[in-house]
Design a protein around this ligand. Sequence first.
Ligand code: ATP
Length: 211
Amino acid sequence: MIKIGITGGIGCGKSTVCRLFQERGIAVYDSDAEAKRLMTENELLREAIKAYFGEEIYREGSLDRKALAARVFSDGEALAALNALVHPAVMRDFGQWAERQQGDYVVLESAILFEAGLEGHVDHTIAVMAPLELRIERAAQRDGCDREAIRRRIAVQMSDDEVASRADYVLVNILREELAPEVDHLDRAFRHEAEVERQKRGKCLPHEEVN
Ligand code: ATP
C-alpha cells in the first residue's frame, strides 16, 4: 500500500485537500484525531503517559488535556517525552490501519509530519501552502479566534519554505476551484504508481512460486 503524507501549517488547507482525496475514494488517517483517541484508548500508551506525568493526569479514564497542555507548554523536556511516547504509538496504529485499507494508496494527514520526523513512514509527501494572510484569515474565520493568536501559533511552526523544500509535492491552495484539478493530477500519479507496483509484483509471482 502506497502511503502519502499531507502536511502544512495552520489554515493552509490540509483538511480541505484531504477531503478531496476522500471524495476520490482514498482513505485518510487524521493523525491529530487518532493521537487524541490513542491517548485514551491505548492501554500501553496510557500507562506510559501516567508513568511520566503521574496517575492524576487521567481522571476517571479521561485524559486531563488542560493539565497536560499546561505541563508541556512550559517544559520542553516534558513535551519531548510526550512526543516520544505518542508519535511511535500513532505510527504503529497508522501502519496497522493502512494494512486494513482497500484501494491504491492511503493518506496520512499531519500538521507536524516533518517536525515529528514522520516522513519515513510514508512514501511521498505533499505540502499544502497558502499565503500567510490568507491562512490567518481562514483560520480566524474557522475557529472564531483573533488573528494575533493565530499569528503566534504560526510563528512557532516550521517555516513554509522549509516544509516546501522537504516535500515531494507542493499544492498551492488559493482558489478552491484550482485545488480539485491539482488533486486529480496527484491522484492519477499515485494510482499509476500503484498499478506499476502491482504489475511488478505480478511479474515476480511465478518466480516466487517456483522457489
Ligand atoms: P489546521 O491545521 O489549522 O487544522 P488546515 O490546514 O487543515 O488547518 P483547513 O481546515 O482545510 O486547513 O482550512 C482552513 C479553513 O479555510 C477552513 O474553514 C476551510 O474551509 C477554508 N479553506 C481552505 N481552503 C480554502 C480555499 N481554497 N478557499 C476558501 N476557503 C478555504
